[in-house]
Design a protein around this ligand. Structure first.
Ligand code: FES
Length: 336
């Protein structure tokens, strides 16, 4: 049996299933309630129960004192609903609402997706979770203190592990290490979440333009939008040199099969690889300009190498795009 949760401050409601915590139900439906550890210890998810009844699976969680409990406070990461609930809680609305934190983490997957891209998954200590907004990135802090930034490819509601797509660059400090020496179970140190490349509230259709591993935050944004039932039309343009560089082509194609509001336009730029290619060719931003003579009604999200992002920033407003509706994340590459 499911119940209804009402968030009084935001005037919104969502369903909760049996044996699901209030926080799990909120995140599953795209509502960013604050949290830290997700195991009842840190108190970050504390909220006020205005009406209704909750239970905890066990005893009172350690992050909530008896006095706080008596005053009607609840820990949403542990609270199970036994009736409809009204709850007063703050909500994470912008990237600045989340505290920047450092964590040790363990590599749980280090798999090559093609000759140049590795998919890395990282597990935080059991008592920790990284709260973030779709589209944000983390820094990996190397032993010498140098940092490398990587976008999170998983959506916020799937935060058991963090997913990164690492592109190989000759001389790249972390990418050389990742391709040559990094193994499962290796320990890393990360800091996050960072960045403001996040999904904006709007009713405009979306064009997403990814270059190479700029697909990583696009994946997070699209999966987050689907989770929160944001069904605006999404056109995904993915620019790459060769077909093998479209390393999650199957994932995007599956989105288009499952969700008719998602369209996928891969664009290849390297002439050697075009012999059997029936799709678009050339620069990815030019493909968008060809397809959309008037960009004035769109929200544009673009992420990837600086020349691609700069080309979008320079050319799209000439075709009607309102600059305030352009959201970008430019990968700056640093070598040793
Ligand atoms: S998230 Fe830490 S106590 Fe709920």
């Amino acid at each position: 049996m499911s119940y209804k949760i009402q968030l009084t401050e935001q005037n919104l409601s969502f369903d909760i299933e049996k044996e699901e915590t209030v926080l799990e139900a909120a995140l599953r439906q795209g509502h960013n309630l604050p949290y830290g550890c997700r195991n009842g210890a840190c108190g970050s998810c504390k909220a006020k129960l205005i009406s209704g009844n909750i239970t905890y699976a066990d005893t009172l969680p350690e992050g909530l004192s008896e006095e706080e409990h008596q005053q009607g406070n609840v820990l949403l990461c542990q609270a199970l609903a036994s009736s409809d609930l009204s709850i007063k809680s703050r909500m994470i609305e912008t990237s600045t609402d989340i505290k920047l934190r450092q964590f040790p983490c363990r590599v749980t997957t280090c798999e090559k997706l093609n000759a140049d891209v590795i998919r890395l998954t990282l597990e935080l200590p059991k008592t920790e979770r990284l709260q973030f907004l779709a589209g944000q990135y983390i820094d990996i802090i190397m032993k010498d203190g140098k940092r490398r930034s990587f976008s999170l490819a998983n959506p916020p509601h799937e935060d058991q592990e963090l997913e990164l797509h690492i592109r190989y660059y000759e001389g790249g400090l972390f990418s050389e290490y990742a391709f040559k020496d990094l193994k499962n179970k290796a320990l890393l140190r990360i800091e996050g979440p960072l960045g403001q490349f996040t999904l904006q509230e709007s009713d405009r259709p979306i064009i997403m333009i990814a270059g190479g591993t700029g697909f990583a935050p696009v994946k997070s944004l699209v999966e987050h939008a689907l989770e929160k039932k944001d069904y605006r039309p999404i056109h995904i343009y993915w620019g790459a040199r060769a077909e093998t560089d479209l390393y999650f082509d199957n994932v995007v194609k599956q989105w288009t099969i499952d969700h008719l509001h998602i369209k996928y336009i891969p664009v290849l730029s390297e002439t050697d690889s075009l012999e059997n290619w029936r799709g678009k060719t050339g620069y990815v931003h030019e493909a968008v300009l060809e397809d959309h003579a008037d960009l004035s009604g769109y929200d544009i999200y673009t992420c990837g190498p600086p020349p691609m992002v700069n080309a979008v920033v320079e050319s799209f407003p000439k075709q009607g795009l309102n600059r305030e509706r352009l959201f970008s994340d430019s990968f700056e590459f640093a070598s040793n």
